[in-house]
Design a protein around this ligand. Sequence first.
Ligand code: CMP
Length: 391
Amino acid sequence: MVDSGGHAFRRRVAHVLEAGIGHETIATVVNVGLVVLIVANVLAFAAGTVPDIQARYGWALTVFERASVHIFAIEYALRVWSAVELPLLRGEPGWRARLHHATRPMQIVDLMSFLPSLLEPFVPFDLDAFRVLRLLRFLRIARYSAAMQSLGHVLAAERSALLGALVIMLTVMFFAATGIYLLERDVQPKAFGTVPDAMWWAVVTLATVGYGDTVPVTALGKVWGALVIFAGLCVFALPIGIIATGFAQEIQKRNFVVTWALVSRVPIFAGLDAASAAQVMSLLKSEIYEEGDVIVHKGDPGSSMYFVATGSVIVELETGDVQLGEGDFFGEMALLDRKPRSHTVVAGSSRTRVLVLDRDDFERLGRRMPDVVRRIREVAEARRAASPPQI
Ligand code: CMP
């Protein structure tokens, strides 16, 4: 089946919007443009609250706001429309794929960041809350930042540990407030007359911020205050430690050490003797991708090839998708032919681990183990015959 013009265009739109920065030129231009627009929007929002600027340039800020809202609305509509072309949604009927996509957290953030502003001229009342929603636009930068995505993964993965830390924090806070209430309610009835009143002091002291608006005045109250400060140091260290450790692990996972157990999953390496196996291991790097992540992008220059160690990948051929599993390899054509990538390849399952062989190391491998490279070349010939590259 060959793509009709409309489908090819839709697929192209999906690629340009999802490919992100650093792939082909058009995707980079579009995505960098969107990031600049998002940042400019947040700056304009802040500038608009300064009376002088508002008086002089208010009209320009309004024009910019209206234009931005329309651009974001068009981008949103294009993302939802082209969602049917995303590898993970491709099997679903059009409306279901789009609904699936539209209910993803990132898409909801996108929608909320422009919809209230878009509707503002049509609602008779003026809501400040609508304006605050504009700040959601800044959250959209997360789409473009691998670090923010890693943070999102960490928060999701560590949610039960973080919930535990929150329960401990709330308990300690209640304890601190009750203690100061018992010790100082008679001396300072205004600040510590009730436990809810004392909560403010407890939060400020536990966080070791100490605004100094309410302070204990009795000797025992001060001792209690000192204990609460120490407890605060320990309790606040908990969530910070959980997030920092999770973040470090997440980053490390991206650069996983290659072991023989991983290399032996690839049939063309399985029969190697110990010395050759050690050589291969030293040439390979390991990377982990999440389901749907683009690993190689059609048209990009190729500087490495990949072996699937765990999980699977999807090669997006013109004739339909082909799934490659453990032990298969891809990305060899660009190295052998010195041409751009012939097709896009995306991760087909979560935590897909691939072993990466860079061009220089591929050539080194060819010199040391010509048989291995001959096998790779044969597979590439067969693939080229099955689906001739169209670029
Ligand atoms: P490369 O052109 O570097 O990047 C895209 C990859 O898709 C390509 O190398 C091959 O590894 C892979 N590929 C191309 N055609 C096929 C096919 N018919 N079957 C499986 N994989 C393919």
